[in-house]
Design a protein around this ligand. Structure first.
Ligand SMILES: [Zn+2]
Length: 433
């Protein structure tokens, strides 16, 4: 069946200058709401020396100091559950979700009915770009407990018209038993899960390629756009893979690759405004092809738990602003989280940058173990199934990534969720093997 190219053509294809105008109009209302209702943001504006009516553009917005996760957490500790940055009354909040960050205590974020509608609309644009269609039977294989990846992304996927099969985690064997009855055509999961599911299928004597799954839509891990990773997953399932991006502090999923698969299109046009900054200096960086920086998010249509200039800790590279698909949302790639980055003698390394080299060699499971801080070479890297390739691989790491490592074969934990790639033993983490 022939489907429309876009979920919401007008929003997704309007010239960037119009998008900017739309966002700035919405921004004025958002700032007014935050100022009237949230002591947290009244303090922020006072710190920046601005009145709410002075914030009319992205440039004006820069007068407001950044918001960090630590500040939001402190606000919620002082005033549980939603903190003094919340802008809706308890009676108007119909759902809360926890943020799913890897470090520290999660935030409790509220949604009003309007927030849920906004989220579903934005998410549907992203998932449509990623390939979800009404004639798909779509397995949702993220954790449904607490986090936005569960119900929020479910709502967004359902909004595309796809037939949703709410699987969650821990159901792989049962899912394979029921496969013939359900006939799924697509899956939404972490990047790691389809690999796990393929192994379980093989243990049950099933060939993943013969199961009819044609679309792998993945989320939550930085390797989803790496050529080596993509090739490996696509061959494993005889399917196409598209990556998506979201941040539970902001919305569910609000960016996704289109069929060109050349970067994640920003799809959050009428829900969140994006700035790029230098993570060290905090200075703005223009959203232009080739630019890199930390993504900073400001809601423009959030009622219950808005963020203004929220530092995501995600480092992005802007790949372009135009695309043959016709979408005008800028395209980007996430290099990794600043939390996951480590430095070896002046070289910044993300575990995800190792991933491409390993997947090209058919190696899926690895972990970087940091014993001491500051990190000194050789960096210990545990790789499952590497036997015999250790020297060749460490030479490739040196050549491509610029640091010396010691590769060791090890059996690493199997997981249905995100693969943990970095172990900071010097901070008290236990070695994986
Ligand atoms: Zn595109």
């Amino acid at each position: 069946m022939e489907w429309a190219l876009y979920f919401a053509e007008r929003t997704e294809t309007m010239p960037p200058a119009w998008t900017r105008r739309l966002e700035e109009e919405l921004l004025a209302d958002q700032i007014a709401r935050c100022y009237e209702r949230a002591p947290f943001y009244r303090r922020k504006l006072a710190e920046g020396g601005v009145r709410p009516e002075q914030i009319l553009s992205v440039e004006d917005l820069r007068h407001i100091p950044f918001t960090t996760k630590e500040e939001l957490r402190a606000s919620q500790e002082a005033e549980p559950p939603l903190g003094d940055f919340a802008c809706a009354e308890t009676v108007d909040v119909v759902r809360v979700h926890l943020t799913s960050g890897t470090t520290g205590k999660p935030l409790v974020l509220g949604y009003t009915p309007a927030d849920l509608r906004t989220s579903a609309r934005i998410g549907a644009r992203a998932f449509w770009a990623a390939g979800a269609r009404p004639d798909d039977s779509l397995l949702h294989c993220l954790n449904y407990s607490f986090y936005t990846g569960g119900l929020v992304d479910h709502d967004s996927l359902e909004e595309t018209g796809a037939t949703m099969i709410p699987v969650g985690l821990g159901q792989s064997a049962r899912l394979l038993e029921l496969w013939g009855d359900l006939r799924p055509t697509a899956i939404f999961s972490t990047l790691t899960y389809p690999l796990y599911l393929a192994e379980v299928a093989q243990e049950h004597g099933l060939d993943p390629r013969a199961l009819g799954l044609r679309k792998l839509i993945v989320a939550g891990e930085p390797g989803g756009q790496l050529a080596g990773t993509r090739k490996r997953m696509e061959e494993l399932w005889a399917a196409t893979m598209t990556d998506t991006y979201g941040l539970s502090d902001v919305w569910g999923t609000f960016a996704a690759e289109c069929e060109e698969r050349n970067g994640l299109h920003f799809c959050g046009q009428d829900g969140v405004l994006v700035e790029l900054i230098d993570p060290e200096s905090g200075e703005p960086v223009g959203i232009e092809p080739g630019a890199t920086g930390e993504l900073v998010f400001t809601h423009v249509a959030r009622e219950a738990s808005p963020v203004l200039r929220f530092r995501s800790r995600d480092l992005a590279e802007i790949l372009g602003v135009e695309c043959p698909c016709g979408r005008t949302g800028f395209r980007f790639r996430v290099a990794g989280r600043t939390d996951d980055m480590f430095r070896v003698r002046g070289v910044n390394v993300f575990p995800s940058s190792l991933e491409g080299l390993l997947r090209e060699r058919g190696l899926d499971r690895f972990a970087v173990v940091l014993e001491r801080f500051p990190v000194e070479p050789p960096v210990e890297i545990l790789v499952e199934g590497v036997d015999g390739q250790e020297e060749e691989l460490s030479a490739a790491v040196k050549a491509h990534l610029g640091f010396t490592c010691a590769i060791r074969a090890a059996t690493l934990p199997r997981t249905e969720t995100k693969a943990k790639r970095l172990y900071r033993v010097y901070e008290g983490e236990e070695r994986p093997a």
